[in-house]
Design a protein around this ligand. Structure first.
Ligand code: ZN
Ligand code: ZN
Ligand code: ZN
Ligand code: ZN
Length: 163
């Protein structure tokens, strides 16, 4: 299961960029430089065993279908594969401990929560209209980040083309 050349990062993404110091350290450009675990390698891989991943568009209509996993003729994406960052493009680990999981209270990512105590946000900070109250946020006032359960990890099979 452990791949030769792709590191898993603590943020849940397979490494997709390099950083330093020292130069050439694997990192995640999607989560860095402010996200959780973007420059911390997690090479245990035990947590990927027996997990499966579904395409980000699983169950949705395909477009410009260039599936890499045998589904080029499919009108609806049905791509599901064993979890493996070496073979699955844009692989995301979504199991226990992954900061990529959205909050079950507010539906936002961990990065949208308050630093320190991870309180669910009730006002927009840097997105949209800063300071404005988020519609519906009275439902999660006083709650803190708790991850939703995800049965599958995520990747992208190519069913919407590769550009
Ligand atoms: Zn990441
Ligand atoms: Zn596919
Ligand atoms: Zn929340
Ligand atoms: Zn797909």
């Amino acid at each position: 299961m452990k791949p030769n050349n792709v590191s898993m990062m603590k943020c849940g993404h397979a490494a997709n960029a390099l950083t330093g110091p020292p130069p050439g350290m694997p990192c995640c450009a999607i989560c860095g430089p402010n996200g959780e675990g973007w420059n911390v390698v997690d090479d245990s891989y035990l947590y990927l065993e027996n997990r499966r991943a579904q395409c980000h568009y699983y169950g949705m209509t395909t477009r410009h279908n260039e599936c890499n996993f045998g589904g080029e003729g499919d009108k609806v994406c049905r791509c599901e594969q064993p979890s493996d960052p070496t073979h699955l493009p844009f692989f995301e680990y979504l199991g226990p401990g992954s900061p990529l999981r959205l909050c079950k209270h507010c539906g936002l990512g961990i990065g949208a929560h308050r630093a320190g105590d991870y309180a669910c946000p009730t006002r927009y900070n840097n997105r949209g209209k800063p300071g404005e109250i988020i519609p519906g946020s009275e439902k999660w006032r006083g709650k803190t980040y708790e991850a939703k359960e995800y049965k599958f990890d995520s990747f992208y099979c190519g069913c919407h083309g590769w550009n």
